[in-house]
Write a protein of this length. Structure first.
Length: 297
C-alpha cells in the first residue's frame, strides 16, 4: 500500500489503519495474537495503528509495546495513534465509577506520559481527544495540546467523534492544525454524510477516517432488515466485480476518500478490507449502495 497524507498538514499513513478498539486482553496468548495480527498488517502494507489508553481493559498499549520490543519491526516503520478523554469503568481503573469524559490538562498530560511508557516510545505520531469534554477549559486543553506538540512528545493532534460544531470550537482555540477526526461511517451508518461531518472534514483538507467500516460484522451477518437490504445489494454488485461483499462495502468508503479503521481480529476480514483497494466502484454502483442503505431502493 502506498502511503498517503492524512491531511494537508500530514503525516503520511497507510490507506487502511488498524485499531485495537475491539480487543479484549483476558486471553493468555494476547501478546502472541497481537504480534500475529500486527505482522499480517505490515505484510499487507498497513503500518498505521490506532490505540487509546482505555483499549483492552486499559492494557492494549502495553501489550503492543511488548510486541514492538521483540524487534519484529522497528518503531520508525510504524505510525501510532493514541487518545484519551473517554473514561469507562473497569476493574483496572477502580476509581472510575461512571462513564465520563476528561480532557483536563492534568489528565491529558498524565495520559500521554502513560501511553509513551506503555508503548515504549519517545513520541506519539497522532494524539487525539476522544470526544469533547464540556467541563474542561477549552483554552487550557488547547494550550496543553500545543505544549505537548512543541515538546516533541506528540507530533500531531486529532479528535474522535467530534461533531462539526465541536470540531470548529476546538480549532478556534488551537494554533496547530487538527489532522484527523475519527467518525463511525459505514453502509449501515451513513449519518456523517448527511450531518456535515464528512463535508467539514474535507473542507479542512483532511481525509475522513471511518471507524467500524464493516459495522462490527453486521454487514456480513446482521439479521435486521437494514443489514439484509444492504447485503442483498452488496451481493448483487459484488458479482459484477467478482469480489467479497465486505471488500465492496469498504470500496464504497474508499471511493469518496475515506480511510477504513479496521477493528476486526479476523485475518480474512483484514484481507477483505485490503482487497477493497484494488476495486474501483462505478459511480452508479456507489449510488445504488447509498440508496439501499437509505432505504430508497
Amino acid at each position: 500500500m502506498q502511503k498517503i497524507y492524512l491531511s494537508d498538514s500530514g503525516p503520511k499513513v497507510s490507506p487502511a489503519i488498524y485499531g485495537f478498539y475491539r480487543w479484549t486482553t483476558s486471553e493468555p496468548d494476547t501478546q502472541q495474537s497481537m504480534e500475529k495480527i500486527v505482522n499480517l498488517c505490515l505484510e499487507l502494507g498497513i503500518n498505521t495503528f490506532d490505540h487509546a489508553d482505555r483499549y483492552g481493559s486499559y492494557q492494549c498499549e502495553e501489550i503492543f509495546g511488548q510486541v514492538m520490543s521483540t524487534k519484529s519491526f522497528k518503531r520508525e516503520d510504524v505510525v501510532l495513534f493514541t487518545k484519551c478523554g473517554l473514561r469507562l469503568p473497569d476493574k483496572a481503573q477502580p476509581g472510575i465509577r461512571v462513564k465520563h469524559y476528561d480532557t483536563s490538562r492534568e489528565h491529558i498530560i498524565k495520559s500521554v506520559d502513560n501511553s509513551l511508557r506503555r508503548l515504549r516510545t519517545d513520541y506519539i505520531d497522532i494524539f487525539l481527544l476522544d470526544h469533547l469534554d464540556p467541563l474542561s477549559s477549552l483554552e487550557e486543553t488547547a494550550l496543553t495540546l500545543v505544549q505537548l506538540r512543541d515538546s516533541g512528545k506528540v507530533k500531531n493532534v486529532g479528535v474522535t467523534n467530534f461533531s462539526v460544531f465541536q470540531h470548529q470550537l476546538l480549532a478556534s482555540y488551537l494554533r496547530v492544525p487538527i489532522v484527523t477526526n475519527h467518525i463511525e461511517l459505514n453502509l449501515l451508518n451513513t449519518a456523517a454524510l448527511d450531518n456535515g461531518q464528512v463535508d467539514y472534514i474535507k473542507q479542512r483538507y483532511m481525509r475522513p477516517l471511518a471507524s467500524s467500516p464493516l459495522a462490527g460484522g453486521r454487514i456480513a451477518n446482521g439479521t435486521d432488515e437494514h443489514a439484509i437490504r444492504v447485503r442483498r445489494k452488496l451481493v448483487e454488485i459484488g458479482a459484477r466485480y467478482n469480489a467479497d461483499i465486505e471488500s465492496i462495502a469498504v470500496a464504497w468508503l474508499v471511493k469518496f476518500g475515506a480511510l477504513p479503521l479496521i477493528g476486526t481480529t479476523s485475518e480474512q476480514r483484514i484481507r477483505n478490507i485490503v482487497n477493497a483497494f484494488s476495486l474501483d466502484l462505478d459511480r452508479q454502483d456507489w449510488y445504488e449502495l447509498y440508496a439501499a442503505s437509505r432505504g430508497e431502493l
